[in-house]
Ligand binder design. Structure first.
Ligand code: PLP
Length: 355
């Protein structure tokens, strides 16, 4: 049976990315060796990193003065590497969801942290308004898309201090004004690649200001100076990232990704709002275009498990909501085809007809 992949991460990738990566794993560039067994310093691998960096810069229209690096450790390592490199006295954090809160917790190891805005008291059902940002912060950290609760900012806020964003779950889904940011990071496994690599975009002139001794691996300058080759980078994930960036470009770039994200989200949210069995979980103006969350309406609560079984039988994968929210979550990253969301909506309609 055909499967429709709504996993929240690791998540759906374009088929061509998987096929081309598989080919290189079997025989890298006709070398007779696998991508898994070459040296990262082999002359054929440097162009992979170079092209991946160049494509990210091109697709996001990154201005001069920024570096793009690839590290291991996931977005979660960035929760501490960001403050290690940028927190001098005091940092501000927007508490918009589970990941945002985790990022804030790690920063507290390095200095004073103030919560500038929060939707925690309302169980994160909206994206908190970013206003009255104190001007004495070293930086303000935001999480542009809340993967678990399904809220999204989807704009680049104007703030009076350096801005840093965890864009793990919506990077490459829309044009971004990178010039507004000091740093952007993303665990690649949602919209950029297979799991195993983290992409970090850094404004060069902001580096090296923290007043602490940084272990070599913690210091961004190590990786910027060595072009992500200070130590062995995650070679296969980086290759899959390159293939995904080629795909995004071939499809028409981030503008087209943005257009498709709006189209998919409209189709699913329209059905959530129309169908008497379901309702959305977050305020409408905060709805994520990437992670579409919904629950059974009050009077149909007992149909939650039956709907999950019904949808699973029809090939829907990964639509069970995160345990902290319950209900359902349909993650619609860049590679999610319209066919996928149409199949989900048909499922919702057919289930409604039965009840
Ligand atoms: C998935 C996710 C993370 C965690 O990423 P890891 O690479 O697993 O550490 C952090 N932030 C956001 C917004 C995420 O969606």
């Amino acid at each position: 049976m055909k499967k429709y992949n709504f996993n929240a991460g690791p998540s759906i990738l374009p088929r061509v990315v998987i096929e081309n990566t598989a080919k290189q794993i079997l025989d890298f560039n006709g070398s007779g060796l696998s991508l898994m067994e070459i040296s990262h310093r082999a002359k054929d691998f440097q162009p992979v990193v170079d092209e991946a960096v160049a494509l990210i810069k091109e697709l996001l229209d990154i201005p001069e003065g920024y570096s793009v690096i690839f590290l291991g450790g996931g977005a979660s390592l960035q929760f501490m590497q960001i403050p290690a490199n940028f927190l001098i006295h005091k940092a501000g954090y927007v508490n918009s969801g589970t990941w945002a809160k985790k990022a804030q917790k790690e920063a507290r190891h390095f200095g004073e942290v103030v919560e500038v805005a929060s939707s925690a008291p309302d169980n994160y059902v909206y994206y908190p308004e970013i206003k009255d940002v104190p001007s004495d912060l070293d930086y303000l950290h935001i999480t542009s898309n809340n993967t678990i609760f399904g809220t999204e900012l989807r704009e680049d806020p104007d703030v009076p201090v350096p801005l840093i964003a965890d864009m793990s779950s919506d990077i490459m889904s829309r044009p971004v004004d990178v010039s507004k940011y000091t740093a952007i990071y993303a665990g690649a496994q949602k919209n950029m690649a297979m799991a195993g690599v983290t992409c970090i975009i850094l404004k060069n002139d902001m580096l090296g200001k923290a007043p602490r001794e940084l272990p070599t691996m913690m210091d961004y300058r190590t990786h910027v100076d060595k072009g992500s080759m200070f130590n062995t980078p995650p070679v296969v994930p980086i290759y899959s990232l390159l293939e995904t960036m080629r795909w995004v470009k071939a499809q028409g770039g981030v503008k087209e990704m943005d257009h498709r994200a709006h189209e998919r989200a409209r189709i699913v949210y329209d059905e959530i709002d129309r169908n008497k069995l379901f309702c959305g979980t977050v305020k409408e103006d905060s709805r994520s275009l990437m992670n579409l969350c919904f629950v059974m309406s009050e009077e149909y609560k007992d149909l939650e498990k039956p709907f999950l079984d019904f949808a699973t039988e029809r090939g829907m994968v990964g639509i069970k909501g995160h345990r902290s929210v319950g209900g359902f979550r349909a993650s619609c990253y860049n590679a999610q085809p319209l066919e996928g969301v149409n199949a989900l909506v048909q499922c919702m309609k057919d289930f409604e007809a039965q009840h």
